[in-house]
Design a protein around this ligand. Structure first.
Ligand SMILES: NC(=O)CC[C@H](N)C(=O)O
Length: 198
């Protein structure tokens, strides 16, 4: 199998940690800031950070349609934490400055609630059982969203209690947490498999 070539959206947030995790697995990784950076990639990670900031930068850098086209042509997308918010078709808890509708990619049939765990539990860690993976995933949650609704074509792969925290719809993968800050690389391997089959 050829070496997968994937991108990490590098506008804001935890993109370096994803890059290093993917490089450790032997992938070729490009930092994506401009539409042309998507050329030749098999997948793109949209990292955690601040979803309103990343969304605004996606608009400023004219990246929204190029990323949607990239996915339509077969590219895999993985949104982690803020990235999951950007993949969602519907977001609850968007700031008032955006009139309750913040810019995103509007691709995955999920509803996400921002900052869903409240102030008392701003961040926590957990070893999650993930459907289809033999080893648990060390998940770091930081001001994390939850996936409140998963549409018919969406597979729920992991929950925290009753709340959905990892889901997949074809070549779209979304998780509430930061896998790149935890030990282990099972989800990064899963994403590379997805990207390679694209
Ligand atoms: N760690 C994160 O990515 C946090 C996401 C952030 N709370 C947001 O809503 O954008």
């Amino acid at each position: 199998m050829t070496t997968p070539h994937v991108g990490v959206l590098a506008l804001q947030g935890a993109f370096r940690e994803h890059k290093h995790a993917l490089e450790r697995l032997g992938a070729r990784v490009t930092e994506v800031r401009l539409p042309r950076d998507l050329d030749g990639l098999h997948g793109l990670v949209i990292p955690g950070g601040e979803s309103t900031t990343i969304g605004k930068l996606l608009v400023d850098y004219d990246l929204r349609n190029p990323i949607r086209d990239f996915h339509a042509r077969g590219g895999a997308l993985w949104g982690t934490c803020a990235g999951a918010i950007l993949l969602a078709r519907e977001v609850h808890g968007a700031p008032k400055q955006f009139g309750g509708v913040q810019p995103g990619l509007d691709l995955m049939d999920i509803t996400v609630r921002r900052n869903a765990f409240g102030r008392q539990v701003d961040s926590f860690e957990e070893h999650l059982h993930v459907q289809g993976l033999t080893e648990p995933v060390h998940a770091v949650f930081i001001r994390a969203p939850i996936i409140e609704r998963a549409g018919e074509g969406v597979d729920v792969l992991a929950r925290h209690g009753d709340d959905i925290v990892l889901a997949q719809q074809g070549r779209l993968l979304a998780c509430s947490f930061h896998p790149e800050l935890g030990d282990g690389d099972a989800l990064h391997r899963h994403f590379l498999t997805l990207a390679q089959s694209a």
